[in-house]
Design a protein around this ligand. Sequence first.
Ligand SMILES: [Zn+2]
Ligand SMILES: [Zn+2]
Length: 405
Amino acid sequence: IRKFNIDVRLVVADLPARAKITFLNGHAGYYACGNCLLEGSQCLRHRHILYTWSDYSQAQPHIRTQENIDSCAAYAELSGKKSYGVHQSSPLSQIISIPHQCVYDYFHLVYEGYMVMLLKEWKLLLKQVNIHYIDNLLNDVRYPHSFHRKPKDFNSFTQWKAGDLRTFFLYLALPLIIRLQPALSNKIVYHFSLLLISVRTLRHFRRRHEINNMKKFIHEYLKIFPSIYGRCRELLSTHILVHLPEQCIRHGGLSFHSMFTFESQLHCLRKMGHGSKSLSKQIAFWYTINKRLDTNNEYSIDLLTKQQLRYDIFFDENIRILHQQIYCHTVASRVYTSFDLLLSSLFYYYHCFINHSYHCLVFDMCASNYYSQKQNILSRKQYQSSQMSTYRSRVTTNDTVYSLY
Ligand SMILES: [Zn+2]
Ligand SMILES: [Zn+2]
């Protein structure tokens, strides 16, 4: 028997699954936060439990620790009553610290929760003419080739996939609501910008001190929140934002421990299990079989030579031709004496390496310009032509082709 040592870095789940595996109260109950001991208060009108910013800032609740969870679980098991939202001891407590390592998933929280809620609220304030305007704008957006999800038809946003919501939240929402003024107020724009800046920074940051700056943005966002969307929207999912900076200090950017990638795989995995017995065993068996069968599905040389795959709105064909000429002239004529014989292999090399690396170069120049609209094309082309002249001068002053990269 072989033994494997496994280190569990963290466990990530959406709110209902998280409550189930940790044996803590769900998001609709009291003491549902896994990171602090904020009790929550009941809304007298709807009877739901609210976790308001005013309660949090006034009460300044204690942080929840694993020791606290263990003692509450022991008490709950003895008395048969829940203690601070803890039902019983979770097996997870034996291998991880629940407050530190059972993390919140920003994909469910922000994209599927927040973004949809905000879109519903904004839609109430918009007229049909505004919605037409949004649809036209969404149709006009020119995306980089790596964007597979392109949100369209604002009225059907409830059917948008997580990828659509991500694209919309990160790149489209802010420029869009700025253009929708005065239908959407300055306050809404300012308020959303606080959330956008904090989430964009926390999902991927370069320096760790940037995390601390985001605490101010989140606090300001939560403070203003009830004055725009009402107290009844201050649910657990709103309160949890306050704990995201600490989560990033422990585990890095939100995008590196989100469920975004797992979630799309769930559908495939679900199809591998049948009935209700030994589901994990069935899934493991069929996953292994499928993995074996998939090994023949390799990329062929066609991937790099097919014309349609080279089509990209960010790709400048003139630069490609120039690059090809420089390559053939400089490398082929100097390195290989029998050029004709090696032409096919050179083209393969060209397509595999040079075309690809050059493409990345062009793409990188434009990648920062995600929200690219028609009026930006001129400036982009001007930029590329200036880059072309730079390359030309570098080629004439330096004979080695590698200086190009
Ligand atoms: Zn909390
Ligand atoms: Zn309410």
